[in-house]
Write a protein that binds this ligand. Sequence first.
Ligand code: UFG
Length: 339
Amino acid sequence: MSDAVLVTGGAGFIGSNTAKALAAAGWRPVVFDSLAGGSRDVVRWGEFVQGDIRDEEALRAAMTAHKVTSVIHLAALTEVGLSMQRPDLFWDHNVAGTASLLRAMVACGVPRLVFSSSAAVYGRGRDLLDESLPTAPVSAYGDTKLAGERLIRDYCSLFGLSATALRYFNAAGAEADGALGERRERETHLIPLAIEAALGFGPPLTVFGDDFPTRDGSGLRDYVHVSDLARAHLAALADPPPAGRFEALNVGAGAGWTVLEVIAAIDRALGRPTPYVIGPRRAGDPAALVADPRRIRDRLGWRATESDLHHIVETAVRWRREANQPFPARVWPGALSKP
Ligand code: UFG
């Protein structure tokens, strides 16, 4: 029987694409997800266990029942803006949740972890961030991802685990077959919101700031296609660092696009202008985040092959058009509003 990989957060956008890629490569994905942010209907590859990562007993039971040998840990709260309003929730889910997962791994003898980290750990962004730069997050989200990395590094040296943290840049796009697109309960990301606005399903997009030190004043990001991202997990799983070692690798395309350039690409893909207004900056947003992707290329032989902006936008538009109806209103559940 093939090796079982526990995929926490496997019912989300990146997690479901990763589970699909794992199954295609001969692994046995076991999705562990609370469904607080993900959808049951995208768990189509492997087994499903509904559970919360803060529930160590549930994790242990899943690892034992499915004979798990490695973990891909994606489950987390991820919205930068929300993290500035409710940092307490981010520490709980992203750090306490990761601690619970690590305890369960040690208890069950599961030695191998791939962790979803983020470019947000770098903080004050700039072009071509490489992994040797000092980390200095500017959002609570980034703080919790960095804390997660440090916790994992300590578990590696204490308990002999081997871990790769993948520092994602901006995940976007959809599978070429239109299967798994970006649709979160509380959508805050640029590309899906801009497409909603352009299709008339949502309000005009607000561009968060036009006074950044970038080529047109709007925020600059490195967009990486979700299929490229999924493939990075496979590469990391197949080639772990030695027992006791932790490593962090950027996963980005190595090129940045501004918010206004993304809007222009969406205009082009849809053949109509995206309605937008310029608003103030969003708390926690750095001016620019662009990966230097050399380390992951040298270490794992991975590089982005599907992350051209126009391809990302076209696949996202095609996927959204196939749904062809407004998604449910974006309401933040009471539990996530201000205390
Ligand atoms: N933006 C807008 N209007 C919106 C939404 C976003 O102008 O309505 C801008 C942001 O200010 C930013 C850019 O579009 O300049 C991208 O914003 P997203 O919200 O799509 O993504 P973020 O860059 O904030 O964050 C994403 C992930 C994080 C990850 C980060 C790494 O959500 O988990 O990429 O680069 F850390």
